[in-house]
Write a protein that binds this ligand. Structure first.
Ligand code: 7RM
Length: 629
């Protein structure tokens, strides 16, 4: 089904609501199944339980690879652009990708891995990362990709939570002018991970690493031991495809579980629809495969659609601020999908970094990850799109698996800063604080979803109770997104930001509680409260208020100790931009920190702090204000 006009969009939306089973049942026919599904949907948001295509059987890699060999064997599946512009790019055809995935899948099998086993992947943005992901899916193993910027503690926690039997990593990774010691970080993590039996190490940087005999295996040796014939494991539609961790409001990250059938149908449909991908187009999503955006819109969606997807190893600022635009010109990118935080950073650089390059191949631009401010939207539109490319502002979450609210490129009339309208099948509801549905237009509320969609996360790995409590208990019968949202007079949606305790820094979701618990571990700190405050480039920055045991003699010394603690435990991305030492925190009588007040102080907006009479000790607010940074 193709949507090429606003009329077709409205018609498709109407069909999807009036008869969802017919709508999604018809779409599922565009895929390769071992057993076509006859049951389309069973659901109950009270349990909550959702099953899509439950008697269908498939393997997602046959949809991403095998079926394209008939007519696209020689078409490029992945263009890989390395960190360093001096190194050659790689073009990998569908046939080559198929062979390499099957070969590596046989490596996994040779070491005893199979259906249902969890495999952790901690790798740089090299083609072998996509190959490892697909090889897991080929044999029915569940991948858990951990972003290669995470610390050894974060890696170990995720490996242990999923009880992974294998870790796939690299010797090191290149990011801008830095080299990161991935294997060293992994070795540190593995001291705490008894479930891991083997580590496969891909050689990227050729730096010296220590290899533990019996446990550690080189990727390039292993693939010599096997052939490239590997029949796909037949999976039930609701079997696990992957786990991906996302921050929560308690310290412990949530392993969001995605399953095979619904995820495939939804990511493929939304990829084709939102970006209006046409045969021959080159599509580039700048995300890392360590985030859901990379899973759904670098690997699975584009490959299932038979597209050519560009994978970039580097960063936007290396060797200079023109790197993205250089890559666009070099490969003639047609569709470019990035994050507002990258746009804001590039916007600060001199326009000559943009204007040096020919960007006329671009047809469509996209953004994802956080609300985009009007200034950044306009800059992107004028300087990158030359007022001639639709911008799709795509709202979605790790939990939703795929894009939920977005313009359809060239079809939906745009409004800067608006994600615009829900995609077919997505039933949005705005709630007021008391839990009543807000019916009208020109309103603001909490964004909920009233009906299942195929790619929704089915549970939190090992903790269904937490899944229910986090997403389905705030408003009974609805999925709660955690985001605030406006609906304007035209029924257009605009996301206003998180309403819970998650801070989005440069597009990365960070749980305040996780950062707080790390800072609390410092022997001089008694208690911490972490909030976000607006930042020009990163969207939000992190402000930490810490109560210390005694007067701090050397504040800078303590600050730098706290920063390294956070960096080592969570990762550099979670380091607070400001740390204020305070005598106490504003708490309610029941002991809850009033973050609303701390947020206002951190943003230097203390004129109207609202009602502070519910505080146990309102005078503490004055004390904190005096020391604000
Ligand atoms: C895809 C992704 C999810 C949270 C989400 C929002 C925020 C994402 C937009 C956005 C405004 C957007 N997954 N968010 N996209 N806010 N406009 N287009 O980012 O799980 O890492 O984050 O990101 O708050 O709830 S995520």
């Amino acid at each position: 089904m193709e949507i090429r006009s606003l009329l077709q969009y409205h018609q498709a939306y109407k069909n999807s609501v009036e008869d969802p089973e017919k709508f999604w049942g018809d779409l599922s026919k565009g895929f390769l199944w071992h057993q076509e599904p006859s049951k389309i949907l069973d659901w109950d948001f009270k349990k909550p339980e959702v099953h899509w295509f439950s008697d269908g059987q498939l393997n997602i890699t046959e949809n991403c690879l095998d079926r394209h060999l008939i007519d696209k064997a020689d078409q490029t599946a992945i263009i890989w652009e390395p960190n360093d512009p001096g190194e050659a790019a790689q073009h990998i055809s569908y046939q080559q990708l198929f062979d390499r995935v099957c070969r590596f899948a046989n490596v996994l099998k040779r070491h005893g891995l199979g259906k249902g086993d969890r495999i952790c992947i901690y790798m740089p943005m090299v083609p072998e990362l996509a190959i490892a992901v697909l090889a897991c899916a080929r044999i029915g193993a569940v991948h858990s990709v951990v972003f290669a910027g995470f610390s050894s503690t974060a890696l170990a926690d995720r490996i242990n939570d999923a009880q992974c039997k294998m870790l796939i990593t690299a010797d090191g990774s290149f990011r801008g002018s830095k080299t990161i010691d991935l294997k060293g970080i992994a070795d540190e993590a593995l001291k705490r991970c008894s479930s891991v039996q083997h580590v496969v190490v891909f050689q990227r940087t050729k730096q010296d690493v220590s290899m533990e005999p019996g446990r550690d295996l080189w990727w390039h040796h292993e693939i010599e031991q096997v052939d490239s014939h590997c029949p796909a494991e037949v999976m039930n539609a609701e079997d696990l495809l992957f786990i991906l961790y996302t921050s929560g409001s308690t310290g412990k990250p949530k392993g969001m579980v995605h399953t095979c059938g619904g995820y495939m149908v939804y990511t493929t449909f939304t990829f084709k629809t939102v970006f209006q991908y046409q045969p021959g187009d080159l599509y580039w999503c700048t995300a890392d495969i360590g985030w859901i955006t990379g899973h759904s819109y670098i690997v699975y969606g584009p490959l299932a659609a038979g597209a050519t997807t560009l994978m970039f190893e580097g960063v936007p600022s290396y060797p200079d601020m023109g790197r993205f635009w250089e890559v666009v010109e070099k490969h003639q990118v047609n569709i470019f999908y990035t994050a507002p935080t990258a746009i804001r950073a590039l916007q600060k650089a001199d326009l000559s970094f943009v204007n040096k390059y020919d960007l006329s191949s671009l047809k469509t631009l996209g953004t994802v990850g956080e609300p985009i401010n009007e200034e950044a939207w306009n800059w992107y539109n004028q300087n990158i799109g030359k007022d001639n490319c639709p911008i799709v502002d795509t709202w979605w979450q790790t939990e939703t698996g795929g894009i939920m609210i977005s313009p359809i490129a060239g079809v939906t009339p745009l409004k800067p800063t608006y994600a615009t309208l829900p995609l077919p099948g997505v039933r949005l509801v705005l709630m007021d604080e008391s839990g009543s549905v807000i019916e009208d237009n020109d309103v603001e509320g909490r964004l909920c979803i009233g009906f299942p969609w195929p790619s929704m996360a089915r549970t939190i790995y090992g903790n269904h109770t937490r899944y229910r409590e986090t997403y389905f208990s705030a408003y009974e019968g609805y999925y709660f997104t955690g985001d605030g949202c406006k609906r304007d007079q035209d029924g257009y949606y605009r996301i206003t930001g998180r309403v819970d305790d998650v801070i989005i820094v440069s597009g990365h979701n960070l749980g305040t509680a996780e950062i707080e618990s790390v800072i609390d571990e410092h022997e001089k700190v008694i208690e911490t409260a972490v909030v976000g405050f607006p930042h020009d480039i990163k969207g939000n920055a992190i402000y930490a208020y810490a109560i210390t045991r005694e007067m701090v003699e050397n504040e800078d010394q303590l600050r730098s100790e706290i920063l390294s603690l956070v960096s080592e435990t969570i990762g550099p991305i979670a380091k607070p931009d400001k740390i204020q030492f305070v005598p106490g925190l504003p708490k309610t009588r029941s002991g809850k920190i009033m973050r609303r007040i701390l947020r206002k102080i951190a943003s230097h907006e203390y004129e109207d702090l609202g009602d502070i009479s519910t505080l146990l000790d309102p005078s503490i607010v004055e004390e904190i204000k005096k020391g604000v940074l």
